[in-house]
Design a protein around this ligand. Structure first.
Ligand SMILES: CC(=O)N[C@H]1[C@@H](OP(=O)(O)OP(=O)(O)OC[C@H]2O[C@@H](n3ccc(=O)[nH]c3=O)[C@H](O)[C@@H]2O)O[C@H](CO)[C@@H](O)[C@@H]1O
Length: 457
């Protein structure tokens, strides 16, 4: 007991008050550095806030908002001239240095079962490029076309920051200018069991988890990334998930449309592949554009059809958003809600053995980026063709897996080659991958470039 007795009385008082003393179960027998490690973690906790999180999780669902369908603008409904004009506006914004890119890469990727940051994953393309490399090279190509590079903000979490940083350093940032790559860390939160008790991951370590991509603006502010954005005069920040193998970072077409409306937020959407697809649903909530996450959408809405027979809630969110910098600045400190997820989370029990539960046993808390949407008075929602926008890598196998993403990327490249005049017989039985350094969206496939790939127009 002697170590326990020397503990900060305030901390001990708090642990007792909030019924969290069990985290000190092994404290007395721990070596000094382990004791310090645990104390460091405990000192950072806001016990009142944690208690409130638990209460939120236990409370019955919040008052349901009035949900109604949302109509998007369809990119394909614009004429060729209009499309060209939007593209030109987008390129101009890039040339003026008004655009930044932001990838949220702090998630744990537990569904994929990859032991490392998700961006380091190689989806099995012939080139063996990782998701981060594909992204860096698309940014390089975009910069080459516009004549100007753009800052690339990368949000990591305490879980994967060091490894992500090491990866980029090892690969020389894939040739992207190092001073344009800004890594910053989000925060994490403790997981709680069904009684609201903290869990131990080790005898000297709390079980923590990254607190969701909706932490991004707060984290940018806390780490100075937001100041950096302002210093560079960035007007729009292009937000995307790390796990979309087809991501067209800072797509000029999208930028052009969004700039023409000028709303503080914009998002790209696609038709859902099926009513059950695990994507957020774009809709109106109490009259404002919003996303209802796939975990929260009421069953009856999922399958509802409109008068024309189409899914009434068939507009899927693919996590490609654009935020105006002044909106980010204004709302960075606004507390958007936490969502509690009931999960299987392993923990050290009071007897000192590690449990890997077969059933959900604990809550994890996350903020979702799209909970900022209803704060904007208006928003641009642009529907795009799915096959050129979305190849998610979520699961180890089956749907939304590395195999499906790989296929979608190679199919896109095949379409580009056919458009460039390569006869289909030349592509038979062949997997032709096009480097993003050569083409961002199908351009640049000159006879010389094709020749180098062993193809002829
Ligand atoms: C909450 C959210 O955004 N949900 C969207 C997410 O689902 P999905 O289920 O993929 O959401 P996740 O929260 O797992 O991950 C989304 C992205 O956020 C990042 N991340 C996640 C947690 C965290 O603490 N920090 C962090 O940076 C992940 O690394 C990933 O890049 O993408 C789908 C498209 O693919 C959308 O249809 C979903 O509406």
């Amino acid at each position: 007991m002697e170590n326990l007795e020397r503990l900060d009385p305030k901390l001990l008082g708090q642990l007792r008050h909030f019924r969290q003393e069990h985290v000190l179960r092994f404290y007395d027998v721990l070596p000094k550095d382990s004791r310090e490690r645990l104390l460091e973690q405990l000192k950072k906790l806001d016990f009142t806030a944690i208690d409130e999180l638990y209460r939120t999780a236990r409370r019955k669902a919040a008052v349901p908002r009035r949900i109604s369908p949302l109509a998007a603008i369809d990119w394909d409904a614009y004429s060729k001239e209009e499309q060209a004009q939007f593209a030109e506006t987008g390129w101009e914004l890039l040339r003026q240095g008004k655009i930044g890119a932001l990838v949220v890469a702090g998630g744990q990727g537990s569904r994929l079962g990859h032991d490392g940051p998700k961006g380091t994953y190689d989806i099995g393309l012939p080139s063996g490029k990782s998701l981060f490399q594909l992204q860096a090279e698309r940014l390089l190509r975009l910069s080459r076309l516009s004549g100007r590079s753009l800052p690339w903000y990368i949000m990591t979490s305490p879980d994967n920051h060091r490894e992500t940083e090491r990866f980029f350093k090892n690969y020389g940032y894939f040739g992207y200018p190092e001073d344009e790559v800004i890594l910053f860390q989000q925060a994490d939160l403790p997981a709680l069991d069904m009684e609201g008790r903290l869990l131990l991951a080790e005898k000297d370590e709390l079980r923590l988890a990254p607190s969701g991509n909706g932490e991004v603006f707060t984290s940018m502010k806390r780490t100075g990334a937001l100041d950096d954005l302002k210093r560079r005069g960035i007007r729009w920040l292009f937000y995307y998930n790390v796990d979309n193998a087809l991501i067209k970072i800072a797509d000029p077409l999208f930028l052009g449309v969004v700039a023409s409306f000028g709303h503080p937020i914009a998002t790209k959407a696609v038709d859902k592949a099926s009513p059950d697809e695990k994507v957020g649903t774009l809709c109106l909530q109490d009259g404002r554009p919003a996303v209802v996450e796939y975990t929260d959408i009421p069953e009856e809405l999922k399958y509802e059809r409109d008068a024309t027979g189409r899914l009434a809630y068939g507009l899927g969110s693919i996590s490609i958003h654009l935020f105006r910098t002044d909106f980010i600045e204004r709302y960075a400190d606004t507390p958007i809600p936490y969502h509690a997820a009931h999960k299987k989370i392993s923990f050290f029990d009071d007897q000192g053995s590690l449990h890997a539960p077969a059933q959900p046993n604990a809550y994890k808390f996350e903020r979702f980026i799209f909970d900022y949407f209803p704060l904007a008075e208006a928003m641009t929602v642009l529907k795009m063709r799915r096959e050129d926008e979305f190849a998610p890598v979520k699961n180890k196998e089956g749907e939304d897996s590395p195999a499906t993403a790989r296929r979608l990327v190679l199919e896109q490249h095949r379409r580009w080659l056919l458009q460039a005049g390569v006869p289909s017989r030349e592509l038979e039985g062949r997997e032709a991958e096009i480097s993003p350094l050569l083409s961002y969206a199908g351009e640049g496939l000159t006879p010389e470039a094709l020749g180098q790939m062993g193809l002829s127009p």
